[in-house]
Design a protein around this ligand. Structure first.
Ligand code: FAD
Length: 422
């Protein structure tokens, strides 16, 4: 049984159900709400390795039409009064990596055999694609619009009570119920939390000039400002998604601005390389904090995605780490299932915890460190940062390693990330 049918829970259900393991997926939101425009305004940078997983679980074909490839990444350091980016920046180009060193790269057409770093996709489009995929898998029972209120973990199989009083028995419960995970709490798993002095504003903007597949990250004194390339809309307007971290106290004022006024504020921070910028559609805000669960597993229980680890979006890695959880836990469980082992046993689940905990912890440390280093405008820190940018940009092997990291193809890769079958 999977509790929480968000991005990670649905991907997990598709992975396990697609391999023939009977899965019940319970999600508290009704499907029209979960996939509606008002639910989630974010677009996610889906790394190349995560795309391999989404393809391997049969969901990518439903998502691909809404995916914009990232061919270039430009990271630059901004300063006070928004005088624009400093001349020191790091530039990654997708063709700088040898495709022979990228698992599964040959299956990607276009780009001269070079796959992109990843894709920018509206979370809503990923959710709709995953819902469609689940409908194709007979082994998955999808129960949306129902909350899991209680789980009794005593005994050989867990007993979950849903909000309509229904009871479900499951040998293994997978908690994919997000940062405020009720499963984590009900299982008595503690969590470490660390807040930031800024929150995030997210919205979609149109701009006069095409983005050419370039993802920008511009570090401002308060925190990072990202402009992520999206597909053009039905009217042919060029679009990007912005993730703008800002002092939580001034966000309410910014949200009250008209579209034209907010567009000018965005230009003051990002510049006018894309021409005039105009926000469209609703604006969303997200509180930001880092969280880490004390453990990922107990007998009969595994937690995944944001329920296990929540990170700052500075590197666009939260969902990507959740997808890696899916690939690793999926592989451990499918192998155990085929070998006739008990899926809820600690011996089986330890394989997942060992595989994922260190990788997630490293990403938490890196994203937290980057956030603190770049949300800082002290002149000596800025000088060091800019020198760091300068030398990093020249250090080709280091840059290639960072690119492979951003693509999610470093470390002990699960079969799905390597483009192989589960
Ligand atoms: C501003 C911002 C930008 C981001 N950008 C990126 C990016 O570019 N790339 C990237 O990889 N990541 C990004 N992330 C991170 C990413 O959005 C999250 O890591 C991801 O959404 C986590 O998915 P999840 O399924 O684990 O949790 P959630 O999306 O929180 O899903 C949990 C689900 O569980 C359900 N639920 C909760 N409690 C219960 C219950 N008791 N019973 C039943 N259902 C329940 C909820 O309704 C929800 O649908 C970003 C995050 C933020 C804040």
């Amino acid at each position: 049984m999977i509790v929480g049918g968000g991005l990670v829970g649905m991907a997990m259900a598709a992975a396990l159900g697609g391999a023939g393991i009977p899965v019940t997926l319970v999600e508290s939101e009704k499907l029209p709400d979960l996939t509606g425009e008002a639910f989630d305004g974010r677009s996610s940078a889906i790394a190349y390795g995560s795309q391999q997983v989404l393809a391997g679980i049969g969901a990518w074909d439903h998502i691909a039409p809404f995916a914009e490839p990232i061919r270039d990444i430009r990271v630059s350091d901004g300063g006070w009064q928004f005088e624009g980016a400093s001349p020191f920046f790091v530039h990654y180009h997708f063709a700088d990596l040898n495709p022979e060193t990228i698992p599964g790269a040959r299956s990607h057409e276009g780009g001269g055999g070079h796959p992109p770093f990843g894709w920018i996709i509206e979370n809503r489009a990923v959710r709709i694609g995953l819902v469609k995929r689940l409908q194709e898998i007979p082994a998955v029972t999808h129960i949306p619009g129902m909350r899991v209120d209680e789980i009794d973990f005593a005994g050989k199989s867990n007993l979950a009570t849903l909000s309509d009083g229904r009871r479900i028995r499951a040998r293994l419960v997978i908690g994919a119920d997000g940062r405020a995970s009720a499963v984590r709490r009900m299982a008595g798993i503690g969590v470490k939390e660390l807040g930031y002095k800024h929150d995030a504003i997210v919205c979609t903007v149109t701009h006069e000039r095409p983005h050419d597949g370039v993802a920008h990250e511009h570090f401002l004194p308060i925190g990072p400002f990202a402009m992520l390339p999206m597909t053009d809309d039905a009217e042919g307007r060029h679009r990007s998604s912005i993730v703008w971290t800002e002092d939580a106290r001034i966000i309410p004022m910014l949200l009250k601005l008209t579209d034209a006024e907010l567009g000018l504020e965005i230009e003051r921070r990002f510049g006018t390389t894309l021409g005039r910028i105009l926000p469209i559609g609703p604006r969303f805000t997200y509180p930001l904090k880092m969280i880490l669960a004390d453990t990922y597993i107990k007998e009969g229980l595994a937690i995944t995605g944001d329920a296990a680890h929540g990170m700052h979006p500075i590197a666009g890695q939260g969902f990507n780490m959740g997808v890696r959880d899916v690939a690793a836990l999926g592989q451990v469980l499918v192998d155990a299932w085929r070998g006739g082992l008990d899926l809820g046993s600690l011996q089986v689940l330890e394989g997942y915890a060992r595989w994922r905990r260190f990788d997630n912890l490293m990403m938490l440390v890196v994203t937290d460190g980057l956030t603190r280093l770049f949300s800082n405008d002290l002149p000596p820190v800025r000088l060091l940062r800019d020198l760091g940018f300068f030398f990093f940009n020249k250090a080709k092997p280091l840059k290639r390693f960072a690119m492979r990291h951003a693509m999610g193809i470093v470390g002990d890769l699960p079969r799905l990330v390597r483009g192989e079958k589960l």
